[in-house]
Design a protein around this ligand. Structure first.
Ligand code: UDP
Length: 238
C-alpha cells in the first residue's frame, strides 16, 4: 500500500491518503499534549506502543462483533485503516469516578459507579470539547438520533469487552474515550485509537496509574507506564 498525500495532522497522529480511496494510513507520533494543547511534551516510544496496542485491542473487539476501522498493521508506527468521516463526538465511558467528572461534581477519584455511564463531548478544540446533551446533538446535527443511539450501545459493548480483557491482566478500566466514523457506504465503525493516551488504566491491586495521567499530572515514569501497559495487553491468557 502506497502512502500518498498527508490529509491531516493531529496532536498524536498523522493521516495519509493511499492509492485506494477506501483506505488511509495512520502514523502515530511520540508527541504528547494535555489540557487542550496547553501542555506539550514527548513520550519516547509512545507512538509505537499506541499503534500496536490499539491494533491488538481493535482485533479483540472485532472478534467479539464490534466493527472497527482496523485493516492491517504496516510497521511499528503505521497502520492501514478504512477511510471514514469522523462523527464529531468524543464518546466517554466511565466505570469509576476520575478526571473531569470528579472535578466538576466535587467527587473523590476512585469511586465505583453503580453502572457504566456514557457521555458525549462535541469535538471542537476551539471550544475545549464541551459536554453536549442528546437534544444539543440533534439540533446542532452532530449525528442523527439513530446513529447516536447506536454509538451509545456500541460504546457500552466495548466497555464490557475491554473491562473484562483488562481485568484478566490485572488492570482496572476507569474510563476511556472513543471516536466513531461512517464509511462512504454508510457503515458505522469504531475508529481513532484505544491506548493509554485515551483511557485511564489503574493497577487493580495497587491502584497505580498506568496511563497519560502520569504525563498530565507530572507523576514521573511516563514511559515505564506505557511499556507496562503494552506488556500486560500482550499477555496471552490460557
Ligand atoms: N479523553 C481523551 N481525550 C480528550 C478528553 C478525554 O482521550 O480530549 C479520555 C481521558 O484520557 C479519560 C476519559 O477520556 O480516559 C475521560 O476524560 P475526562 O472527561 O475525565 O477528562 P480529563 O480528565 O482528561 O480532562
Amino acid at each position: 500500500m502506497e502512502k500518498g498525500r498527508m490529509l491531516y495532522e493531529g496532536k498524536a497522529k498523522k493521516v495519509y491518503e493511499t492509492d485506494n480511496p477506501e483506505y488511509r494510513i495512520v502514523s502515530y507520533k511520540d508527541d504528547a499534549t494535555a489540557f487542550n494543547g496547553e501542555k506539550k511534551g514527548t513520550i519516547v516510544g509512545k507512538g509505537a506502543i499506541n499503534n500496536q496496542m490499539s491494533n491488538l485491542l481493535f482485533q479483540m473487539l472485532a472478534k467479539n462483533g464490534i466493527p472497527t476501522h482496523f485493516v492491517e498493521e504496516l510497521s511499528e508506527r503505521e497502520t492501514v485503516v478504512k477511510a471514514v468521516e469522523i462523527v464529531p463526538l468524543e464518546v466517554v465511558v466511565r466505570n469509576v469516578t476520575a478526571g473531569s467528572m470528579a472535578k466538576r461534581l466535587g467527587l473523590e477519584e476512585g469511586r465505583e459507579l453503580s453502572h457504566p455511564i456514557v457521555e458525549f463531548y462535541y469535538k471542537r478544540d476551539d471550544l475545549g470539547d464541551p459536554l453536549v446533551t442528546d437534544a444539543q446533538i440533534e439540533v446542532l446535527e452532530l449525528a442523527p438520533a439513530k446513529i447516536r443511539d447506536e454509538i451509545r450501545e456500541m460504546a457500552l459493548q466495548v466497555n464490557e469487552l475491554l473491562a473484562r480483557f483488562m481485568a484478566d491482566r490485572g488492570i482496572l478500566l476507569v474510563d476511556f474515550k472513543l471516536e466513531f466514523g461512517v464509511t462512504e457506504s454508510g457503515e458505522l465503525l469504531l475508529a481513532d485509537e484505544i491506548s493509554p493516551d485515551t483511557c485511564r488504566f489503574w493497577d487493580i491491586e495497587t491502584k497505580e496509574k498506568l496511563d497519560k495521567d502520569r504525563f498530565r499530572r507530572d507523576l514521573g515514569n511516563v514511559e515505564g507506564a506505557y511499556q507496562e501497559m503494552m506488556k500486560r495487553v500482550s499477555e496471552v491468557q490460557n
